[in-house]
Design a protein around this ligand. Sequence first.
Ligand code: B12
Ligand code: SF4
Ligand code: SF4
Length: 387
Amino acid sequence: MASRKEVAVSALKTELLQRAEAEGFDVVRVTTPEAIPEAPARLRRFLEEGFHGEMGWMQERAEQRGAPATLWPEVRSIIMLGVNYGPDGDPMAGLSDRSGGLISVYAQGDDYHDVIKKRLKSLGRWWGEVTGAPLKVFVDTAPVMEKPLAAAAGLGWQGKHTNLVSRDFGSWLFLGSIFSATEIEADAPERDRCGSCRACLDACPTAAFPAPYRLDARRCISYLTIENKGPIPAEFREAIGNRIYGCDDCLAACPWNKFAVAAREHKLKAREALQAPRLAELARLDDPTFRALFAKNPVKRIGRDRFIRNVLIAIGNSGDPGLVEEAERLLVDGSALVRAMAVWALARLAPSRLAAQSWRRQQETDADVRAEWRAAGHAAPAPQEAL
Ligand code: B12
Ligand code: SF4
Ligand code: SF4
């Protein structure tokens, strides 16, 4: 027979689910800190193979990331929450519009970190009051492995593209968590429903999956356009096409998306200005106009220079003669990162126009930009020779 305390906690769980729904969460389930015993070894392997690239922060607190109780010893239950960000239309449609840039679905609206954190804090405040026990809320901000925890709680399963797939929302769920010092009855995990499908693996433009369920982030367009700080390695530039921030190809390929529905949260819906932005307009952004366009949006985080680097890759892939002038103008930008990609873009779009500007290579002192001039067939003399 259940004890009075167990009955009370079970009633509280029912209330928790209702409360979470009222806060705008589309799905909520519970797991325990012990529920992901394979995670530490899998994370270790990911790091040992260098798949994290420049994301040194993944390595820094790897032990805590792999084991929730190491991060916070008081944790007894983990409440995993999902918010649907399903797109209104076909997320791949913009790929053929080569004079426009494609921003991935998750970054076309307000920053989900802000939207979800606010809801988690509100729900957490209430949960803390009714349980009288401490708790912590996380959304992609702490060393927590949100996907395996969400799978253990039964929100979905980790698909071969490594993201969580839901039977109700397909690939389009943001995840957040509440670590609670209260023991709550755990839910059952979801089973893997990928079967023999490999649509996501085949859809990847840069072959970023060395095997099913394993991602080499260094090859992933999401990593290359968002996390990677320097020039994007030449081998990936063509495959990036017009994806200027993140990538949705593997997510969009999943057949489980046929059950997906459009996001109900207005703030997460695509802003009109970010649905099919013109490359010509984006290439003209300076710091203030960049910050204004991407206010409260995730793109803001990478800053103007890294963003223009991405825009120039798309310009180089556009085949649009109308964009030659934009690439040419950016050859003398104040940022070396931008100048480097401008050389590449112009070399692809109009080699003769680059040749006409090749005298500029002699004034160039930045090693990366000089390397781009060289790769484009315009070897520059050493800086002292040029003087
Ligand atoms: C680092 C990171 C990235 C990196 C690396 C991604 C990765 N797959 O590791 C980069 C920059 C590439 C990235 C990209 C994206 N990300 Co991201 N990212 C994260 C972050 C911060 C950590 C992920 C992590 O721990 N990776 C380490 C690896 C080792 O863990 P893992 O991916 O879970 O790997 C598992 C599998 O490899 C599995 N495994 C290994 N072998 C085997 C074998 C079998 C048989 C099985 C079943 C499993 C298995 O075990 C590992 C542990 O569970 C999380 C937030 C968080 N704190 O969790 C968001 C997060 C994963 N990202 C998210 C999103 C939305 C994206 C993008 C879709 C954004 C975009 N549109 O551009 C892309 C998707 C790319 C992709 N296919 O993964 C969401 C995913 C939501 C969901 N439904 O799953 C998260 C959860 C953020 C959030 N709070 O919502 N991201
Ligand atoms: S997000 Fe794009 S590049 Fe990254 S693994 Fe998926 S399909 Fe490949
Ligand atoms: S596309 Fe297929 S293999 Fe990939 S996550 Fe979806 S069901 Fe699994």
